[in-house]
Design a protein around this ligand. Structure first.
Ligand SMILES: [Zn+2]
Length: 315
């Protein structure tokens, strides 16, 4: 959704409280949807700028320049060197404060997620549910996700429901920590687009990652496994081995060596991997899929040939 007014609003909102939008970058979005944002109080026009940023190529050392209108031209003036003056457009002086809660509320409304937006922690909102009954939360900046006790509060508020957290892009370990807690982070900017009528619409399929994202879902406590949407029931031993392979995907070295497998299973690696492949095929996976999924590499052992995002491990 790059290039829409909503992309710009999210990008600015990531900066935290007091986020605003400058006329210079907003101007190309002026029009009906923009007017609606003003009417709904998501954007609130602030007093026009009276000063402008310092000179970029001048050594005057002033901390700002004054803006003057001279013969119908707007100029940010350097009192020291007129060659450093910068001509401005009237829209450049405008700026708009972003009301982040109202922005979140508009996303709820436009996607018919639920009846109300509730702030369950500062700058963390619950906006409703998907059709698959996943709770949908929205956080607009990363600072709000660093609040102590965040996952505990989410768990308490959402009980046993699955949770999709729409938020800025997170570093892998942070995203994984949420997944480990049963909370699925989804990058809001990647799922939010704009409808023809200018509303902020979510790609709802991206909010249901269990069904649409991860190829492999391991529920270690239930000894349940799903691969490409197929539910598999393996023996306890085979499940243990597959879980170990899946966990290794997240480690710097994703391979399980023959020794590691022998340690884990008490049998020779090659034999027990062969049993695992047979068990997966017996449960309905295609032979070629299994052959590609569990890759053998000489001198290193075995690994699952998938991306981190293909694997989800639930407690
Ligand atoms: Zn200057």
């Amino acid at each position: 959704m790059t290039g829409t007014i909503y992309a710009l609003l999210l990008q600015q909102s990531e900066l935290g409280a007091g986020a605003s939008l400058w006329g210079r970058s907003a101007a190309r979005h002026f029009g009906k949807p923009f007017d609606r944002l003003l009417a709904k109080g998501i954007l609130c026009e602030q007093a026009p700028a009276e000063t402008w940023a310092t000179c970029r190529y001048c050594t005057c050392d002033y901390d700002h320049r004054l803006i003057r209108e001279i013969n119908g031209r707007l100029l940010a003036m350097c009192p020291w060197d007129h060659k450093a003056d910068e001509e401005l457009k009237p829209d450049d002086l405008r700026s708009f404060a972003i009301n982040r809660e109202r922005l979140v509320d508009l996303i709820r409304l436009a996607n018919d997620l639920g009846p109300a937006t509730n702030e369950i922690m500062p700058v963390l909102w619950r906006v409703g549910e998907t059709e698959g009954h996943r709770s949908v939360l929205i956080a607009l900046d990363r600072q709000s996700l660093a609040q102590p006790g965040l996952t505990t509060v989410i768990k308490a508020s959402e009980q046993a429901r699955d949770v999709t957290l729409l938020c800025p892009e997170l570093p892998t370990p942070e995203a994984q920590a949420f997944r480990d807690a049963g909370i699925t982070p989804v990058v809001l900017a990647e799922t939010l687009g704009m409808s023809v009528a200018g509303w902020p619409v979510l790609d709802m399929a991206m909010l249901e990652p269990d069904l649409n994202r991860a190829r492999i879902i391991v529920r270690s406590s239930a000894e349940l496994l799903s691969i490409d949407g197929l539910e598999l029931r393996l023996s306890r031993q085979m499940n243990k081995l597959f879980t170990a392979l899946a966990e290794a995907v997240f480690k710097p070295d994703p391979f399980l060596s023959p020794y590691a497998i022998e340690d884990l299973m008490g049998r020779e690696g090659r034999d027990v991997i062969r049993d695992l492949r047979s068990a997966l095929i017996a449960e309905g996976l295609e032979k070629t899929v299994v052959a590609e999924l569990i890759e053998t590499r000489r001198s290193r052992g075995w690994h699952l040939k998938v991306d981190i995002s293909d694997v989800q491990i639930l407690a």
